[in-house]
Design a protein around this ligand. Structure first.
Ligand SMILES: [Zn+2]
Length: 355
């Protein structure tokens, strides 16, 4: 069920469900308004919908000048596009993120490298304008002609260089009794925030939804992601966490936390087993062949999403773009299987089971 209105979780925390135009897996992305002092507030992942954020502030009788911090769990744009709006109405607000994520926010080129393998795109003439715009941080440099539809994708996804005011590290303590816990994998510097005053965990994209774990970027590391989910399970036990507030899907999550984390973990194992079974049945398969079977649903969902994006209609053949992205996601899984010596590539670069 999709939440439409903001939900008061407790005296300190309000959930702001946000419509998301960016994420194709989810219709919503969750922001959280946190009272850090009697008259001061922080926002975890401000998201993308100005309307919903404004409403939440109004309901909570919070003035924008009462907002002191933006705490970011990671740099994916569905979590943070409203930074610009918040900074424009309150220049004093300070944006914080883990040190590993700073470059993805401050450089558009690094951000795209987080999502796409730019060296792959470089091999194709079609992506020339796209890469030029990224290279120059989409500056207003008149020498760089950004075509209209390309500009549109940057506008829709709200991608631009932004400044981080302060970087944090694993174990740091943030105002509002929040402990930073570095959980790499989904993104290199993704963090949980543990509210130590009420044993609540903000879990970002370890979201525990039925869709399972998502590989969503060139720099997603499946081994790290698995380790981070196991770590989360231990943390729930050790810190007696009774509520998880995640970055997507319906929240709060209060029952069967350990079981749900196990299920989330199993979604990765299932995908890995599916790949291994396919290779066993077929002997050898190309990346695209494996993608077409294992990522079928994902690919179809992504194609549907791209159809509504003007940039892709104009400049990139939709099927090709979705294949590119699905292949990249699969490659992250295969790399892990290669590392644990379950699969290998033969001399013609076919994927095969490791002998
Ligand atoms: Zn993400």
């Amino acid at each position: 069920m999709r939440l439409k209105n903001c939900v008061k979780i407790n005296e300190k925390t309000t959930l702001i469900p946000q419509e998301s135009m960016i994420s194709f897996n989810f219709n919503t992305c969750n922001s959280y308004l946190i009272k850090i002092n009697p008259n001061e507030f922080a926002i975890i992942d401000p998201g993308i919908s100005k309307k919903q954020l404004k409403e939440a502030l109004k309901i909570n009788k919070v003035d924008v000048s009462d907002l002191k911090y933006i705490y970011l769990t990671h740099s994916h744009s569905d979590h943070l596009a409203l930074i610009d709006y918040l900074k424009s109405v309150n220049p004093e607000i300070r944006t914080l993120i883990h040190s590993f994520e700073v470059n993805f926010i401050e450089s558009v080129k690094d951000y795209f490298n987080l999502l796409f393998d730019l060296s792959l795109l470089q091999q194709n003439q079609k992506y020339r304008d796209f890469l030029a715009a990224i290279q120059f941080n989409i500056t207003k440099d008149p020498k760089i002609k950004v075509n209209k539809s390309l500009q549109m994708i940057f506008d829709i996804w709200n991608i631009k260089p932004r400044t981080i005011d302060k970087r944090f590290e694993d174990g740091d303590h943030l105002e509002g009794d929040l402990r930073v816990i570095h959980v790499p994998g989904h993104s290199p510097g993704m963090c949980f925030f543990l509210d130590e005053s009420n044993n609540t965990l903000f879990s970002s994209d370890i979201h525990l939804s039925r869709l399972g774990a998502n590989i969503s970027g060139n720099l997603t590391n499946v081994s790290d992601l698995k380790d981070s989910i196991i770590f989360a399970k231990e943390l729930v036990k050790k810190k007696d966490i009774h509520m998880i507030l995640s970055g997507h899907g319906t929240n709060p999550i209060t029952d069967n936390l350990i079981i749900r984390l196990k299920q989330f973990y199993s979604s990765i194992l299932r995908k890995e087993n599916q790949i291994l079974t396919l290779l066993k049945q077929n002997g050898k398969l190309s990346l695209t062949q494996i993608t077409n079977i294992t990522f079928k649903k994902n690919k179809e969902r992504f194609q549907k999403y791209l159809v509504n994006q003007p940039f892709f209609q104009d400049s990139i053949i939709i099927a090709e773009a979705s294949e590119l992205i699905s292949n990249r996601n699969l490659l992250r899984e295969l790399e892990r299987l290669k590392k644990i010596k379950s699969v290998e590539q033969n001399s013609e670069l076919w994927w095969i089971l490791k002998k």
